[in-house]
Design a protein around this ligand. Structure first.
Ligand code: HEC
Ligand SMILES: [Cu+2]
Length: 404
């Protein structure tokens, strides 16, 4: 429990350090291990860092988070008392029993009373701590009888949300970092929620028990929301679950908390907790979009329309690895500009994007994107940069390939 709390705190620090690192370039002269340390110190000392001067856990917004918070505070004081007690004895011994005072070292062996005391007292302290900690843990794990269930899938590097039960059952979308590239590359000033903002947040009703199922499409991610005291690994091939019942409306922000590759720091989590009425309105809107937005798969696209659509799909799903310039980051992520596949037969190109390449970071996008989006992004790749094939790809062609 304490570990968890300390870990959350460390996450905050890491965040602050990163912000300060991005804000100033004074760390440029340092290298290796000194750099994060120095950045951390700067963040702590600097009053201009745009992170708030916070050293504690975030304000808890659920009953479980409050328990975690109280447990953390309780243990902190237990630790403080033990710390002061032990170091007082050490200081006293060093000062009053030092050699220059003429103190002679004692030569006794074995003292049953002392040995019993220093075994039994810590054991009692541990047992006393175990009670509130275990009961909080049991509470955290009790995912029974949720009002709604959302499946959360980690992707390199974004989150997928799918409402499984509740009014919004069937609603499903990807949630992608929305901080503009210019801010990340220091070409524009950082916004207030730098790297903690997404295009589509998870929306949940206030006061309802939300069960979260986590899994992953590639590597281990972690869905972490400090204000809810939720931190659950998203492991490929496994489903794990957790829950929260937010007591206050608002926007809450977290981050992937399991080192998951190059853009690990670029897949934030945003949860919008809204009133029952607002939630109902949101659900109605999503359902309407589902009904209407099931895009006509037989629509015939023109090249310009498709390339424009493909550019947005590319920016959200592919640019992290292959770069907006199409040059990739060889050797890890190949260039698409002039690539054999992106300028070769379109069936092979489509098949690669649909099915991915096992054992590499190239995921099977067939599971994430619609036929329309796959057609658009592949057409974009075949017509962007110096690739000028001038072909349109109809969604029906993607559909036909899916079966194969
Ligand atoms: C997580 C990183 C990552 C993302 C995101 C990604 N790719 Fe890839 N992509 C790769 C890697 C790695 C390869 C090389 C695979 C191999 O070893 O053959 C690759 C290969 C490719 C190739 C073949 C290039 C060649 O000439 O070999 C194409 C085409 C491609 N990706 C398209 C896409 C599209 C379209 C998207 C977005 C919908 C996308 N990729 C998103 C990592 C990524
Ligand atoms: Cu991640």
């Amino acid at each position: 429990m304490l570990c968890r709390a300390a870990w959350d705190l460390a996450g905050e620090r890491e965040n602050m350090a990163r912000r300060s690192n991005n804000n100033r370039d004074t760390t440029g002269v340092l290298s290796g291990a000194a750099r994060p340390l120095f950045a951390g110190l700067l963040a702590l000392l600097s009053s201009t860092a745009n992170a708030a001067w916070e050293l504690n856990l975030q304000e808890p917004v659920t009953a479980v988070a409050r328990r975690v918070y109280e447990l953390h505070s309780l243990l902190l004081w237990v630790i403080v008392v033990i710390f002061v007690g032990v170091f007082a004895v050490v200081a006293y011994s060093l000062y009053f029993h030092r050699k220059s005072r003429g103190h002679k070292a004692a030569t006794f062996h074995d003292n049953t009373a002392v040995e019993l005391a220093w075994t039994i007292v810590p054991a009692l302290v541990l047992v006393a701590i175990a009670f509130p900690a275990t009961s909080a843990l049991v509470d955290m794990r009790d995912t029974s009888q949720p009002d709604l269930t959302v499946k959360v899938t980690g992707y390199q590097w974004k989150w997928g949300y799918e409402y499984l039960t509740g009014d919004a059952a069937g609603v499903k979308f990807l949630s992608v970092l929305s901080t503009p590239r210019d801010q990340i590359e220091n070409k524009a000033p950082k916004g207030e929620h730098y790297l903690l903002e997404v295009d589509r947040p998870l929306v949940v009703p206030v006061g309802k028990k939300v069960r979260i199922l986590t899994t992953s499409n590639d590597v281990i991610h972690n869905w972490s929301m400090p204000a809810f005291a939720v931190k659950t690994d998203a492991v490929p091939g496994f489903l794990r679950d957790t829950w929260f019942r937010a007591e206050k409306e608002g926007t809450y922000r977290g981050q992937c908390s399991e080192l998951c590759g190059k853009d690990h720091g670029f897949m934030p989590i945003v949860v919008e907790v809204v009133s029952a009425e607002k939630y109902a309105a949101w659900v109605a809107e999503q359902k309407q979009q589902l009904a209407a937005g099931a895009e006509d798969p037989n629509k015939v696209w023109t090249l310009d329309e498709q390339v424009a659509r493909g550019e947005t799909v590319y920016a959200a799903n592919c640019a992290a690895c292959h770069q907006a310039s199409g040059e990739g980051m060889p050797p890890a992520f190949p260039a698409l500009n002039g690539s054999k596949i992106a300028t070769g037969p379109k069936e092979a190109h489509l098949a690669l994007v649909l099915k991915g390449k096992a054992g590499t970071a190239m995921a099977a996008f067939g599971e994430q994107l619609s036929d329309t989006d796959i057609a658009a992004v592949v057409a974009y790749e075949r017509n962007a940069w110096s690739n000028k094939l001038g072909e349109v790809i109809q969604p029906a062609e993607v559909k036909a390939l899916r079966g194969k």
